[in-house]
Design a protein around this ligand. Structure first.
Ligand code: C2E
Ligand code: CA
Ligand code: CA
Ligand code: CA
Length: 280
């Protein structure tokens, strides 16, 4: 809505003020979120494109302060801006290490192959990160080769040299690396071959139009071809219907994540779901 005269401006500035206030209260709340035990994680199962077999899960952060839950789309950018993402991201990584070890104890060889965890570029810039994750691996006796670190293409390319160095060190420890929201940034082929990457996650924006938009189809097909040529695994994100699944299968996409199969689940429900899947 365009501002019309004085009232319009008034409305606009009130909206802006409201937004600033909201960000401030998020930023204050986030600082206490860990000690107040307001953070939790969900697990969204990821399935093989030709079997209903669960190959892994993405761990997704949830924040529920006393006033009610707040979307990660809202609080993650604030956490990145204020630096709260450093302790929060470390908390998330520790949860991933713990979950990996737990799954292996529970299910052995039948455990889902990997657990995916989102890592912000701010974390990769932190000098302490390597020492911290080494300590976590020890504490939880986890296998880093079963943990997939997801970094968005945009964040990765914004400071490619620093990120590349840190990702190499993490890969040396055994971690796997995925480029998240792939297709929305500007990776060059040359850069891609230099990165220690194992997985490309195709952004939901392209999956949304795949059944009826020739452009989206072309992009998805090209990304899958590219990933293939580089020996990477491809995950399609935000798959919501059978028509999309069919297209992705035809293009040779390896793995599928989306509401068509599963929503992000609390740990207990995730465990039940995997058990049914294993015994199916
Ligand atoms: P993302 O990494 O791209 O995660 C996928 C998002 O898509 C999740 O939203 C997931 O719930 C949602 N999703 C999955 N399948 C479908 C589908 O079929 N349809 C639709 N409409 N949505 C689907 P969520 O959990 O709200 O997270 C939003 C974003 O917040 C994530 O996007 C990620 O960028 C960030 N985030 C979440 N957890 C963490 C975390 O622990 N650390 C960091 N740094 N970022 C996180
Ligand atoms: Ca992700
Ligand atoms: Ca994504
Ligand atoms: Ca397959």
């Amino acid at each position: 809505v365009k501002e019309q005269g004085r009232d319009g401006w008034h409305f606009f500035s009130a909206g802006l003020e409201e937004k600033v206030r909201q960000k401030l209260s998020i930023s204050n709340g986030l600082r206490l979120a860990i000690e107040r035990e307001e953070l939790s994680v969900r697990f969204q199962p990821i399935v093989d494109s030709d079997l209903p077999h669960i190959v892994g899960a993405e761990m997704l952060l949830r924040w529920q302060p006393a006033e009610g839950p707040i979307s990660p789309a809202l609080f993650i950018p604030v956490a990145e801006m204020t630096g709260s993402i450093i302790p929060i991201g470390a908390w998330v990584l520790a949860q991933a290490c713990q979950a990996e070890a737990d799954w292996r104890t529970r299910w052995g060889d039948r455990a889902p192959g990997y657990i995916s965890v989102n890592v912000s570029a701010r974390q990769l810039n932190e000098r302490n990160l390597l020492d911290e994750v080494k300590a976590m691996i020890k504490t939880h006796a986890c296998d880093p080769s079963r943990i997939l670190l997801e970094i968005t293409e945009t964040a990765l390319m914004a400071d490619i040299d620093t990120n590349l160095r840190m990702l190499r060190s993490l890969a040396d420890l055994g971690f796997r690396v995925a480029i998240d929201d792939f297709g929305t940034g500007y990776s060059s082929l040359a850069q891609l071959t230099k990165l220690p990457v194992n997985v490309l996650k195709i952004d939901k924006a392209f999956i949304d139009g795949i059944e009826h938009q020739p452009e989206s189809r072309a992009v998805v097909k090209a990304i899958i071809g590219l990933g293939r040529a580089l020996g990477l695994k491809m995950v399609a994100e935000g798959v919501e219907n059978a028509a999309q699944l069919l297209e992705l299968r035809n293009f040779g996409c390896d793995y599928i994540q989306g509401y068509l199969f599963y929503r992000p689940l609390p740990a207990a429900e995730f465990i039940e779901t995997v058990e049914q899947n294993i015994n199916a």
